[in-house]
Ligand binder design. Structure first.
Ligand SMILES: [Zn+2]
Ligand SMILES: [Zn+2]
Length: 179
């Protein structure tokens, strides 16, 4: 039986509380509020997206606090950070969420989620062939979405080579400057 949303979020609060305790970090009301709003909003959010949402009801919570809390949520495996080519990190739910990969539009920033059993199987096979034990992976395909493709006429062939694919999470230069 699928668990109700309420039970799941209570679980997530517990995971966060445990993580903070294990790492000697204090549990603050602000962090709790940030987690609450993060969980209430699905999708791929930037720090500013979440900041704007939280501002409406909690103007006392600063952007830096939100940024730092999102980092903690990543460390606690409640959130996952996605790197795009625009220098902004998006955060999405990780705990109890289905694994998926992304198609990322470099024009409008749209993120399309997909899953493909064959890709998953191949990745495992490749790891095994290299004696590598894979814990996780993130497959990001950069390009232009259907909507943006329709907007550009004529459709250009031989688009420039895809930009580098980032699989791990790090703070971009642009974000550091922002803080
Ligand atoms: Zn697009
Ligand atoms: Zn996603």
């Amino acid at each position: 039986m699928p668990r109700s949303k309420k039970v799941q979020s209570r679980e997530e609060f517990q995971v966060f509380e445990d993580y903070l305790a294990e790492n000697g970090l204090k549990h603050s009301r602000q962090r709790e509020i940030i987690l609450e709003h993060f969980l209430a909003n699905k999708g791929h959010m930037t720090v500013d997206d979440l900041y704007r949402i939280i501002q409406r009801t909690h103007p006392e919570i600063g952007r830096t606090t939100i940024y730092r809390t999102l980092k903690l949520l990543c460390d606690a495996e409640l959130a996952e950070a996605i790197e795009l080519n625009d220098g902004l990190t998006r955060f999405e739910h990780l705990y109890n969420s289905e694994h998926h990969d992304h198609l990322i539009c470099t024009e409008c920033g749209a993120i399309i989620e997909f899953t493909n059993d064959e890709i998953e199987r191949l990745q495992k096979e490749i790891a095994r062939a290299h004696g590598f034990s894979a814990d996780s992976h993130r497959h990001q395909i950069f390009g232009v979405c259907r909507k943006c493709n329709r907007r550009r006429r004529p459709i250009k062939k031989n688009r420039s080579k895809n930009k580098s694919r980032r699989t791990d999470y790090s703070l971009s230069e642009a974000e550091l400057i922002h803080l």
